[in-house]
Ligand binder design. Sequence first.
Ligand SMILES: Nc1ncnc2c1ncn2[C@@H]1O[C@H](COP(=O)(O)OP(=O)(O)O)[C@@H](O)[C@H]1O
Ligand SMILES: [Mg+2]
Length: 163
Amino acid sequence: MLADVEATVALGAALASVLPPQPAPPAVIYLEGDLGAGKTTLVTGLLRKINASEPVKSPTYTLLEVHVISGLHFYHLDFYRFSKPEEFLDAGLDDCFSGAGVCLVEWPEKARPYLPGADLVVRLAYEGGGRRARIEAVSERGWTWLSALKARLDALGWRDCSA
Ligand SMILES: Nc1ncnc2c1ncn2[C@@H]1O[C@H](COP(=O)(O)OP(=O)(O)O)[C@@H](O)[C@H]1O
Ligand SMILES: [Mg+2]
């Protein structure tokens, strides 16, 4: 349960601390949830932890924001404005999903079936005045990162974080 904005930011930061520096091929993290569910907020927390100094702009209008922080590549994507998944093919995003780095994808469902598969799927939902996050590991390395994340959240004293 993420009671407030700070909790969403903290979850992003915790996630940042369990990802390897430059996963190759890039780590793919899907961020699902309605408008305003906190997807961009979570990415902000993640990038802040890595040490982003510039403000984290939402890529809703730009499709892609690339952050290169100390030589590490973060691709923040948002497919909200796609009217059909084929737009993914014309968007020229292959570079994001090859090489090394971390791809954080908002509205992945709008680019299916062309979007590369995820390592982790984060689902954010409104609950009371806050949000609830559910995280699912899809790949083998995703499992490794998710167990590290659980251990990290345990160590931070987060309760109510069942898998
Ligand atoms: N756990 C939370 N509880 C309450 N409000 C939150 C929480 N996390 C984020 N918010 C707020 O909800 C809004 C989410 O916006 P944003 O992260 O841009 O959503 P999305 O990218 O999913 O559309 C922001 O105003 C943010 O401050
Ligand atoms: Mg957003």
